[in-house]
Design a binder for this molecule. Structure first.
Ligand SMILES: Nc1nc(=O)c2c([nH]1)NC[C@@H]1CN(c3ccc(C(=O)N[C@@H](CCC(=O)O)C(=O)O)cc3)C=[N+]21
Length: 281
């Protein structure tokens, strides 16, 4: 079997056209969605992600502001910058680009963002709402993954979804969203004893463990749907956590890297920002 491609780039482009129209409708009501991105330090990968977010906002007609801070900024200063944005009426979404320097508590930063401007969906209140299935901002990467599966008409009800990785921003929430869609969810991670036996049981395999080509054809059941959330730079080239060339011969659907989940992450951020503007107005 050769897998069908789950083309995130294409779906993202289609969705962004719709979001652009949504922004035009808001403009007729004098509402301009606004996103503030705080970037601490000079990490090249972070700089390039932030640039991509800015560009996507511009294309959709979303007002975006980039706030750059030096690595030496104190936690207190960063928190007061967040307070300022919480009180800024032109801002509907606040995103602090992660990771942040070690001397600043990530949890303190996330908890300072007003839950109704938390377009990353990382605030404990929004995580709690996601768990109980209430309407809230969903974390962008997991949200994008579920949107891709739905677009391809992949049935999730009763299916065995195996998640590889348990980060707060991808692994844990993607499992929760799949559970909300009535999948049966197994979490595996770096300490799982029989990880490769578990991945072989998956109807839907979500890989977000941060190790290049961690999952090969032998780890995948025939006809499985495989979603690669990994973004690794190896010899200056981007590659995922899945060995694309071998797994594509076994999976029924597979996401590429680049051009898979990444562009969807940014698209869902735009969607959350527009949703926030609509809710706050
Ligand atoms: N508060 C916060 N929210 C985030 O959502 C967040 C974050 N911090 N920190 C870092 C990660 C990473 N992330 C990506 C988004 C888009 C691509 C993306 O568009 N990737 C392209 C390729 C990009 C390239 O060429 O480097 C692709 O996969 O096709 C990748 C990674 C958001 N993150």
């Amino acid at each position: 079997m050769t897998a069908l491609l789950l083309n995130g780039k294409e779906l993202a482009a289609k969705k962004r056209e719709q979001l652009k129209r949504d922004v035009e409708v808001l403009a007729s009501e004098n509402i301009v969605p606004g996103l503030a991105v705080i970037l601490v330090g000079e990490d090249p990968a972070s700089q390039s992600y932030v640039k991509a977010k800015q560009k996507a906002c511009e294309q959709a007609g979303i007002h975006s502001v980039l706030i750059k801070k030096p690595t030496s900024i104190s936690e207190e200063e960063l928190l007061s910058e967040i307070d300022r944005l919480n009180n800024d009426e032109t801002i509907d979404g606040i995103l602090v680009q992660l990771p942040i320097p070690e001397h600043i508590s990530e949890q303190a930063v996330i908890e300072r963002i007003a839950p109704n401007k938390d377009v990353d969906g990382f605030h404990p209140i929004n995580i709690g709402k996601m768990m109980t299935g209430e309407d809230t901002f969903l974390p962008c990467t997991p949200f994008g993954v579920v949107e891709m599966l739905k677009e391809a008409n992949i049935d999730l009800i009763g299916k065995h979804a195996v998640v590889v990785g348990r980060s707060n921003i991808v692994g844990k929430p993607v499992g929760q969203l799949l559970l909300n869609e009535h999948a049966t969810v197994t979490y595996t991670h770096s300490r799982t004893k029989n990880l490769r036996e578990m991945t072989n049981l998956a109807d839907i395999l979500i890989v977000a463990i941060g190790k290049p080509k961690f999952i090969g054809a032998d780890d995948v059941k025939d006809g499985a749907v495989v979603v690669d959330v990994g973004i690794n730079r190896v010899d200056g080239k981007l590659c995922g956590d899945v060995d694309f060339d071998s797994v594509k011969e076994k999976a029924s659907y597979l996401t590429p890297v680049p051009g898979g989940v990444g562009p969807m992450t940014i698209t869902m951020l735009l969607e959350n920002t527009i949703l926030s503007a609509r809710k706050r107005s």
